[in-house]
Design a protein around this ligand. Structure first.
Ligand SMILES: *Cc1c(COP(=O)(O)O)cnc(C)c1O
Ligand SMILES: [Zn+2]
Length: 433
């Protein structure tokens, strides 16, 4: 990997060659998360907006020279990334805004954003010749690893809290993973997975531990800026100066790996000169799982702040101690962004609101980003002319029970009819009253 300069510890700044350490900086136990630092001169020799214009690989691998993998490593066949980004004029208008886009990452192979990271995990594990890959997860990272492993027949062991939504557990079992349902929280599952990986020598995909996960997640920012360029400039978006950064990006935050990845992708693009400004990044947390928001508001040090006890309907962002909290804090402070929190009722209400305003069906943690935009408008954090991208991180079919709660909450009921036209006529007549 001559395009990777080194891995840099985010706590002490120490630099390592990629083959010197497995995951974290050894000086800080499991907390010493490192950042992958690139040699952008080497990168720029192998990829540019110009070269991309003739690239018909519409997956994350179109950005391969910007990913921390060997040039000749095989990649899994599932089509991860290049998810659609829809302009949503009705959503915008409803909020007094002009330019809102929804980036629908529920359209990935296993139906969440996590496929971006798990795809990299599979490649890295196979580069190392690992026999087994493992991860702990609130559900989606597990399903993503499980599906990507199935696509290349890679054995894997998954740790999830037994409270994970049934659809996510069904995915794991269907893909044939070895599943450990942990009688505890996600945080318990995480610790257990680290211990097991250590004990058995399994390749560890864990978020906020494996440095390559945010590298997979950063591809969303490449796509956002490339797709926004195409949307705004048409064919000129395919010229070297055609890429466009939005003004603001909204993303939900649990462990903070996604928001850190969003930031990393934008930093890459700015360093390469493909975009000319850094968007503000707004992290959205559930009020019941607000570690980052609280730390940001109070100016607390995320390394010494005590874990909180997390509880929210948005299971994918329930994290008492966000594992990628250093990167998650930098994403907001270094972009002049903000953290906002939303209640579980606001999250649930955002599911039908987003679906009706854009046609995108999100699971609670995905709709959280949209609930955050609504909150940000109330707080005056965005202005009418700004270009705003809301990332939906997970598909609504992942958690049908929450969708049913959400429609009840906003008062949408079906009409129960017997199989007779008379009954339908009665309903139609009542609707016309
Ligand atoms: C994992 C996940 C998130 C949060 O990502 P973090 O990296 O944990 O902050 C948000 N939404 C969905 C659907 C997820 O699966
Ligand atoms: Zn260190």
């Amino acid at each position: 990997m001559n395009h990777v300069k080194h891995l840099k510890c985010l706590i002490c700044g120490k630099e390592y060659q990629p083959d010197e350490i497995d995951y974290v900086c050894p000086d800080h136990g499991n907390e010493g998360i490192v950042d992958v630092v690139y040699d952008y001169d080497v990168v720029a020799r192998n990829i540019s907006p110009d070269s991309l214009k003739d690239n018909d690989d519409f997956t994350i691998w179109r950005y391969r020279p910007l990913l921390p993998i060997e040039p000749d490593s095989p990649v899994p066949p599932l089509a991860v990334g290049w998810t659609p980004m829809y302009e949503a004029p009705r959503l915008a208008e409803g909020l007094g805004l002009k330019h809102v886009w929804v980036k629908d990452d529920g359209r990935n192979p296993t139906a969440s954003f996590k496929d971006r990271a798990s795809a990299i995990a599979v490649v890295k594990a196979q580069e190392k010749g690992a026999e087994i890959i493992t991860t702990a997860s609130t559900g989606n990272a597990a399903a993503a690893l499980s599906g990507l492993c199935a696509s290349v027949e890679q054995p894997n062991v998954i740790f999830v809290p037994k409270s994970a939504p049934p659809a996510k557990i069904a995915q794991l079992l269907t893909f044939g993973s070895t599943v450990m349902l942990v009688d505890g929280t996600y945080d318990d599952a995480f610790e257990l997975c680290l211990e097991a990986a250590d004990e058995f020598g399994w390749y560890n995909r864990n978020t906020g531990f494996n440095p390559y996960m945010s590298e997979g997640k950063k591809t969303v920012s490449f796509e956002i800026c490339e797709q926004l360029g195409l949307a705004l400039n048409g064919d000129a978006g395919r010229q070297s100066n055609g890429w466009q950064a939005p003004d603001v990006i909204f993303v939900s935050v649990g462990d903070g790996c996604i928001i850190g990845g969003v930031h990393k992708g934008l930093r890459d693009l700015l360093a390469l000169g493909w975009i000319d400004k850094m968007p503000r990044i707004i992290g959205v947390q559930a009020a019941g799982s607000n570690f980052m928001a609280e730390a940001w508001e109070n100016g607390e040090d995320v390394l010494t702040k005590a874990p909180i006890s997390a509880d929210t309907v948005a299971d994918s962002i329930s994290a008492g101690l966000p594992r990628d909290r250093i990167k998650a804090m930098a994403a907001v402070t270094e972009t002049d962004g903000a953290y906002v929190t939303v209640s579980d009722d606001e999250i649930l209400a955002a599911i039908p609101a987003l679906a009706r305003g854009s046609g995108v069906f999100a699971e609670p943690a995905g709709a959280t980003a949209y609930a955050g935009l609504v909150k940000a408008v109330e707080l005056g954090l965005v202005s009418a002319d700004e270009r705003i991208v809301v990332i939906n991180t997970g598909n609504g079919l992942k958690d049908v029970a929450s969708a049913m709660t959400a429609v009840k909450l906003v008062g949408t009921e079906p009409y129960n009819v017997k199989p007779s036209l008379e009954e339908v006529k009665k309903v139609v007549a009542s609707l016309q009253e």
